[in-house]
Design a protein around this ligand. Sequence first.
Ligand code: HEC
Length: 163
Amino acid sequence: MRNPSLNPCRRLSAAFLIASLCPFVASFVVAPDSADRSVHASTLTVQDGTIWAGVYTDEQAQRGMQTYEQECAACHLDDLMGDGIAPSLIGSSFFFRWSDLSVGDMYTAIRTTMPQGAPASLSPSGYADISAYLLQKNNVPAGDNELPSDVDGLEGITITEAQ
Ligand code: HEC
């Protein structure tokens, strides 16, 4: 005759076995998911997207304007329209030159060649501020986050003429 008291006992040990296996099983199921989420989060910090997503702040563009006036306006003029061989930095010239490139490309081009005669003489954040000012003058709306001053961060932001 079977001893009925064994049954609950077996059930209990079966439950224990499943419970103890659970964390292992769970780790297989959960790991790819959480890895996925952290990739997504880091993508967000580099602000992947276009310039139309609110990628600089008004304060940053304000600082950029001051630096522009000191360092760039002598040749590119206060209205950014350019003068002689110094090209216009706004409107169709801006988008013709930079469309489909990244803000990182523009930042690097400016940093490595401008101000003419003294390239790379400003701080990285000075060049980021000027890039923000150029976006503002090209009617790109500001947002809550400043443009970063590292090229990796800026490469994720594409310049497009239309939103
Ligand atoms: C002494 C005059 C002078 C100053 C100051 C100057 N630029 Fe220029 N800039 C030029 C000339 C000339 C060109 C065209 C030749 C060239 O690209 O080197 C030019 C080209 C450029 C271009 C186009 C580059 C490209 O790859 O198409 C940008 C953008 C630019 N300048 C931004 C700036 C900014 C921003 C500053 C201030 C930090 C600045 N410039 C200061 C004279 C100047």
